[in-house]
Write a protein that binds this ligand. Structure first.
Ligand code: WTA
Length: 545
């Protein structure tokens, strides 16, 4: 890391006089007695109903009230407080309210089922969760097995609303060190349960700088990042970086709908739009006429993240919006954008762009040395940098496994061309990216095996022109169970309920036996090759196939 560079940026962050900080101060409270005090911070577009506006002052007051409620319940620095909420203003204010108390804010997708919730509460030992009446039913199912979970606060219940009403609007923000933990979120790897990636307050300096540089955010922008805060993009670029820059930000509470999306863009005169390839492809599928029915002339900068952005999407955007999507690459673990097509960089469609000026990225070959130009290898980054994860919750071994010979190993395969542009090739492991969501095959396999009559299951990502990948499951059932379409539907429903609405296998195939190594590990590589009609490669460690 170029420490001197970040030292020069220290002045862009609001530290307390004692040299400490708190990202909630940098994001919200520094605006209290400053020009942005009465500026609109949040434009909330609900799925049904009227638009609601929150100024920075409104968010400061609401987050203070929440911080007071939490503190009264005994929350102290370092505690984990989780959010299991849909995209409503309370989610955004509570995230910052939690951080104000010095606790670690954790987020979870509202699509999560019982088992996904239980795993996360159990591992993080969360003390409190904020949720809604509708979602709380799922927590109730697992509550008995979570002795550390002391309170379930239901934000749309009368009781909580009264507490909010009565709580003080003043709160003394807890002073934190740059290395103190601020937020965490769970993400999937190949094996085992999802891991809690923990980020520190000090990351804000890079999150803010990257938003300025890559997303080109300016004072009078209206900015829409479509990501849910259950995903790192929805935290870093829909709460932290944007509001630390004082930018008016849209939150849409509903599901994807092309017509509604264009309406939101047009009505609010959105100027900077950060979204994801699957959404872009879904918009493309709805055709150009729909775009033409809306006045999108104020959209000046488009960016994308989460999965490979196909060149067609860039060409399409150029045609219908008159400007391209700028691809950006990063990970939950990196805490901010690492590689990007920054506004000043000439886009090579299909490339992720170049590392940001403060990042040292490289591609390593099998020997662990720099790959040749255009040679595929492991994408690596040189640590540390301010926004890198600080730990994997209660799993030092996992954290250590990310680093090798002084480099951070991303788990992605990539190429670097003669001009220094990086090109994404694929994952080095079995992690699935479906509609931009990261899903671990092991979790889906576990969910499937939980269903009566299933013996074992092997899960892979199958290339899909819309969703990037879809989840495909190969399932072995007991001899007495009859394979049927109905059973497939039951299995899909089971995974949705047990694990998550977005992590269910869209395709299921019943097979007699799974390919395994001699030590009994499922060889997903073989399943993938079989699915793609490819040569199954070296099978020397195969038990039998
Ligand atoms: C993939 C996302 C291709 C990649 C903020 C990475 C991408 C994983 C891109 C991280 C991109 C992300 N092109 N692939 N522009 N951006 N990925 O943690 O495999 O959900 O390792 O964070 O998404 O996913 P995560």
């Amino acid at each position: 890391m170029n420490q001197d560079f970040w030292n020069t940026k220290n002045g862009t962050i609001s530290y307390f006089p004692d040299g400490s900080l708190n990202i909630a101060y940098e994001v919200l409270d520094k605006h209290l007695n400053a020009p942005n005090r009465n500026k609109t911070a949040l434009i909330f577009e609900p799925e049904n109903g009227d638009t609601v506006l929150y100024t920075f002052l409104d968010l400061i007051k609401l987050s203070n009230k929440i911080a007071n409620i939490l503190t009264n319940l005994g929350v102290v620095k370092g505690d984990r407080v989780f959010l299991f909420l849909p995209r409503i203003p309370e989610l955004y204010a509570s995230f910052l309210g939690i951080v104000k108390t010095g606790a670690i804010a954790g987020t979870m997708f509202s699509a999560f089922g019982e088992s996904a919730l239980k795993d996360r509460f159990e591992n993080s030992e969360a003390k409190i969760v904020l949720t809604t009446k509708e979602l709380s039913a799922r927590i109730e199912q697992v509550k008995n097995r979570l002795p550390k979970l002391e309170h379930i606060l239901v934000v749309d219940e009368e009781n909580f609303k009264q507490q909010l009403e009565q709580a003080s609007e003043q709160f003394s923000i807890v002073h934190m060190n740059s290395e103190d933990y601020a937020f965490m979120l769970y993400t999937s790897g190949t094996t085992g349960k999802p891991k809690g990636i923990v980020h520190a307050h000090g990351g804000i300096i890079q999150q803010k700088e990257s938003a300025k540089l890559v997303l080109d955010l300016k004072d009078d922008d209206v900015y829409w990042c479509t990501a849910d805060p259950g995903w790192v993009t929805g935290i870093v670029y829909s709460i932290l970086a944007n509001w630390s820059l004082g930018i008016t930000t849209i939150v849409y509470g509903g599901r994807f709908d092309a017509q509604i999306w264009y309406q939101i863009l047009a009505k609010n005169k959105v100027s900077v739009w950060y979204t994801a390839p699957t959404a872009i492809r879904m918009l493309m599928a709805k055709g150009d006429d729909l775009v033409k029915q809306h006045d999108l002339s104020h959209v000046r900068f488009l960016a994308s993240v989460g999965e490979p952005l196909n060149p067609e999407a860039i060409i399409w955007a150029q045609k219908v919006f008159g400007k391209p999507f700028h691809d950006t690459w990063w990970q939950t673990e990196t805490g901010s954008i690492m590689i990007a097509n920054s506004p000043t960089l000439e886009i090579k469609p299909g490339s992720m762009g170049k590392p940001l000026p403060w990042m040292n990225a490289n591609v390593f070959n099998q020997e662990g040395s720099q790959a040749q130009v255009d040679e595929e290898g492991d994408l690596v980054l040189h640590p540390p940098w301010p926004s890198i994860m600080r730990t994997v919750w209660n799993n030092q071994e996992k954290y250590d496994s990310y680093f090798k010979n002084g480099w951070y190993i991303t788990g992605d395969r990539a190429k670097k061309d003669k001009d220094g542009y990086f090109w994404f090739v694929g994952r080095a492991d079995d992690v699935i990216k479906t509609s931009g969501e990261r899903v671990g095959p092991f979790e889906v396999e576990t969910a499937l095996i939980d269903f009566p009559g299933v013996v074992e299951a092997g899960v892979i990502g199958k290339p899909d022109s819309l969703r990037g990948e879809i989840i495909k499951a190969f399932v072995v059932i007991k001899p007495e169970v009859k394979p049927s379409e109905e059973l497939k539907e039951q299995l899909k429903e089971h995974v949705k309920k047990y694990l998550a609405g977005h992590a269910y296998p869209r395709e299921i195939e019943f097979i007699d036996k799974l390919p395994k190594t001699r030590s009994g590990k499922i060889m997903r590589r073989i399943l993938r090759a079989k699915e793609m009609g490819q040569d199954i490669g070296d099978t020397s460690t195969l038990e039998e196939y």
